[in-house]
Design a protein around this ligand. Structure first.
Ligand code: TYM
Length: 328
């Protein structure tokens, strides 16, 4: 049976990029046969979140988000990364066989420090902990968005180095699993760059009503009037609309923008349609969320039982790795 594993950082409220790039895929996969492992990467989030209350709240919100969107904790194991300390032990073993050069090539470290995030040792060695997350559960596939592909490739390299050094095949080689062709590999944020909490250009997936309208109103557009013909494929607002609208409606809006003239939809109209679509797409899940917020014990219970299951698996693989390198 194949196994699927992915993690998400509780560095803020989850946004449309997390949803279309990863969570939607995770929940759909969990309906299929296989072993499914999804965790909340709170150790990773410490590289950017410095407020303990905020971190606790984000962990809870991340779990609530998965459950409200329909992840069945019976079919998929959902847990908090820090509840499985064996992963840290595997991370240490991997760090001893990983060259500095491999980490120096990581795009995400360069992007984050360029954006002003403090370049701590933890931020630099982030991919090692991520590799341990993946290898600790014998994952065959890692469903992630485009921005995490390099991290999965680095995981393959680290496992390979470990096997070479110790001449034994301890870890399973994981493969990346991107959203299906045509789906969102990289969802743009309000400014057209990758949507990201740390870039401040994100839209919370449960935002609604006036706040949502205001947020969508902040999407960057230009000052060309509605009647001027435009290339819709060069307008990233359409990349967001494409996530929600059916193909026929999307095509007719694009055709109208391309043609221009009297009655062509302006940016305000397109933003209004996007607001409506987001609001209705998540209406059901928002109601589920309210239910979970009223019963937090159900959320903690799901995380606790998930951690117990995850720990059994990680411990077995940690023991295998220890045996290979002569610890114990
Ligand atoms: P994180 O928390 O940044 O993002 C979680 C998932 O959401 C995807 N994603 C996006 N997809 C498309 N467009 C976007 N704008 C966008 N923003 C985020 C990410 O690709 C990711 O799949 N390092 C990971 C967390 C992690 C992990 C792991 C993942 C820790 N250990 C082990 C897989 C396996 C991260 O920062 O994801």
């Amino acid at each position: 049976m194949k196994s699927y594993l992915s993690g998400i950082q509780p560095s803020g409220l989850l946004h449309l990029g997390n949803y279309f790039g990863a969570i939607q895929h995770h929940i759909a996969l969990a309906q299929q046969p296989g072993k499914h492992w999804y965790f909340i990467a709170d150790f990773h989030a410490l590289t950017t979140v410095r407020d303990p209350e905020v971190l606790r709240r984000n962990v809870f919100e991340t779990a609530v988000t998965y459950l409200s969107l329909g992840l069945d904790p019976e079919k998929a194991v959902l847990w908090r990364q820090s509840d499985v300390p064996e992963v840290m032990e595997i991370a240490w073993l991997l760090s001893t066989v990983t060259g500095m050069g491999l980490l120096e090539r990581a795009h995400s470290f360069k992007d984050k420090t360029a954006r002003g995030i403090k370049s701590s040792v933890g931020l630099f060695t982030y991919p090692i902990l991520m590799a341990a997350d993946i290898l600790a559960y014998d994952a065959d596939f890692v469903p992630v968005g485009q921005d995490q592909v390099q991290h999965v490739e680095m995981t393959q390299d680290m496992a390979g180095h470990f096997h070479e050094v110790y001449n034994s095949e301890v870890f399973r080689r994981p493969e990346c699993l991107l959203p299906a062709a045509g789906a969102a590999k990289k969802v743009p944020g309000l400014d057209g760059q990758k949507m990201s909490k740390s870039y401040g250009n994100d839209v919370w997936l449960f935002e609604s009503g006036k706040k949502l309208k205001k947020r969508i109103g902040q999407i960057v557009t230009d000052s060309r009037p509605p009647e001027e013909p435009k290339d819709p494929d060069a307008i990233f607002l359409f990349d967001l609309l494409a996530l929600f609208l059916d193909p026929a409606e999307l095509k007719s809006l694009k055709d109208a923008v391309r043609q221009g003239g009297e009655g062509a939809p302006g940016y305000g109209h397109l933003k209004g349609r996007l607001t409506e679509a987001i609001d209705s797409h998540f209406a059901n899940a928002r109601a589920q969320r309210e239910d979970f917020l009223a019963h937090p014990e159900r959320v903690w219970q799901a995380l606790e039982s998930g951690a117990a299951r995850a720990r059994v698996q990680a411990r077995a693989i940690r023991d295998r790795a220890f045996a290979a390198c002569g610890i114990r």
